[in-house]
Ligand binder design. Sequence first.
Ligand SMILES: CC(C)(COP(=O)(O)OP(=O)(O)OC[C@H]1O[C@@H](n2cnc3c(N)ncnc32)[C@H](O)[C@@H]1OP(=O)(O)O)[C@@H](O)C(=O)NCCC(=O)NCCS
Length: 172
Amino acid sequence: MPPKQTTIRPRARQDDGAIASVIEAAFGGQAEVALVEALRRDGDMVLERVAEEAQGGLVGHIAFSRLSAEGAGQSLRAVALAPLAVAPALQRKGIGDALTRTALTDLRNAGEEIAVVLGHPAYYPRFGFSNLQAKRLEAPFSGASFMALELRPGALADHRWRITYARAFETG
Ligand SMILES: CC(C)(COP(=O)(O)OP(=O)(O)OC[C@H]1O[C@@H](n2cnc3c(N)ncnc32)[C@H](O)[C@@H]1OP(=O)(O)O)[C@@H](O)C(=O)NCCC(=O)NCCS
């Protein structure tokens, strides 16, 4: 469980400086900050959530961007999780978990059908992400780190889906 005084809420524009600081501290560089800014600029950001401490400090951030997923003349409403960041001093307290679960619930309620992530194979399965499910996707990635989650049960079942990431990932 995250610390009781931590709130998960949507991103507000005035959060952006603090979001950039958290991402830079978590990843030790600017690449993921640039990715988030490019996704916003391109209109490809679908959902952002922040974790905020009672004293007003922003301690975590998660982003989901639009993904194209097509197969057999159909398309799915699909999103890519990236990046997820928690301030280094507050990691392993459940903040990343709370951000991810809240965001996935909101995405489900908004009618999104699948989510994918390229990330730690030891972390994301707890949310239902599965490497096996990802094998239904024709994607630029494969291997244990590439995982998919059906937000709508059965969404991936029928055929193979060709997925394309938002433009910002091409240069990121
Ligand atoms: C990965 C990250 C978002 C997790 O957030 P968090 O709030 O620290 O994680 P939670 O408290 O929700 O969950 C903790 C559990 O996650 C797992 N975990 C955390 N970091 C992990 C890592 N780097 N690799 C594998 N598992 C990890 C552990 O199982 C841990 O449980 P434990 O403390 O019992 O060992 C955070 O550590 C972070 O910002 N890391 C740097 C940036 C990054 O790697 N982002 C993800 C890119 S895929």
